[in-house]
Ligand binder design. Structure first.
Ligand SMILES: NC(=O)c1ccc[n+]([C@@H]2O[C@H](COP(=O)([O-])OP(=O)(O)OC[C@H]3O[C@@H](n4cnc5c(N)ncnc54)[C@H](OP(=O)(O)O)[C@@H]3O)[C@@H](O)[C@H]2O)c1
Length: 224
């Protein structure tokens, strides 16, 4: 993650530690305060008998006391490990969406009726202005296409269940961004190029068994 020139790597050890390593760029390193520089050199002191970069390692009582007495150590350690972590969490948590909705769409037992209810819920949630809180994106077009993709999968399963013998394949496909009335003049694909995947799917040989119930783009099944 890049934040104002500082590369921050966060390693989360859920059971015991939330540990953060802040890697400074050379330019920033030069601008560090005297205290931070000294603290940095103490962190690297070999006779401390511990590695501050290793979550399993901790200073012995003597080394710990010596570190605490250093004017820079408590401030920098707390600033890095606690306050910076808190800042990142406070920024990121509000924009992390709930997983429930994604799971519902991916659920293999989702019925057509369940899907219809989800689509209706999107309309209702947007009109009540709670759709973001409920985990929906800000795109009615995107949700409508997600609905079509999931509907294709459900209908394909139904064909398998009820009309296996007819060997009908059913898929959703994406043509890419195509210059059409809807796509506008800037799409990189011509109508002929956009038609390749739908035509490929429509002309699959009669003995083909796949793709079926999939989302296909450029003749390749997409995992979503
Ligand atoms: N173009 C792209 O980049 C792109 C990308 C991904 C997916 N798609 C999908 O590909 C499909 C075809 O799109 P396209 O790019 O070929 O668009 P298009 O050339 O603009 O054609 C859209 C068609 O939909 C009809 N239509 C529009 N609104 C309608 C409504 N409310 N009720 C009934 N019919 C309506 C239009 O009828 P009229 O001609 O009578 O208006 C037209 O025949 C769409 O499902 C689109 O979402 C397109």
């Amino acid at each position: 993650m890049e934040t104002g020139g500082k590369a921050i790597r966060v390693i989360v050890f859920f059971n015991f530690y939330l540990f953060m390593i802040v890697t400074h760029t050379e330019r920033e390193r030069g601008a560090e305060t005297q205290a931070e520089g000294e603290a940095g050199s103490m962190h690297r002191e070999p006779d401390m008998g511990f590695d501050p970069g290793s979550p399993g390692s901790c200073p012995g009582p003597k080394a710990g006391a010596k570190l605490l007495r250093h004017p820079g150590i408590p401030r920098i350690t707390l600033k890095t490990n606690f306050f910076a972590t808190r800042n990142v969490c406070n920024e990121l948590l509000p924009i992390i969406k709930p997983h429930d909705l994604q799971k519902k769409f991916q659920c293999e037992t989702l019925t057509e009726e369940d899907l219809v209810d989800l689509m209706k819920k999107f309309v209702e949630d947007t009109s009540n202005e709670v759709h973001e809180r409920e985990g929906w994106p800000n795109s009615a077009y995107g949700v409508s296409k997600l609905g079509v993709t999931v509907l294709s999968r459900i209908l394909a399963w139904r064909l398998d269940e009820k009309r296996k013998v007819d060997r009908i394949l059913l898929n959703a496909c994406c043509p890419g961004w195509v210059k059409t009335d809807m796509g506008g003049p800037y799409g990189p694909r011509t109508v002929e190029e956009g038609a390749k995947t739908p035509v490929y799917l429509a002309l699959l040989p009669p003995d083909a068994t796949e793709p079926h119930g999939q989302l296909v783009h450029d003749k390749v099944v997409l995992n979503w």
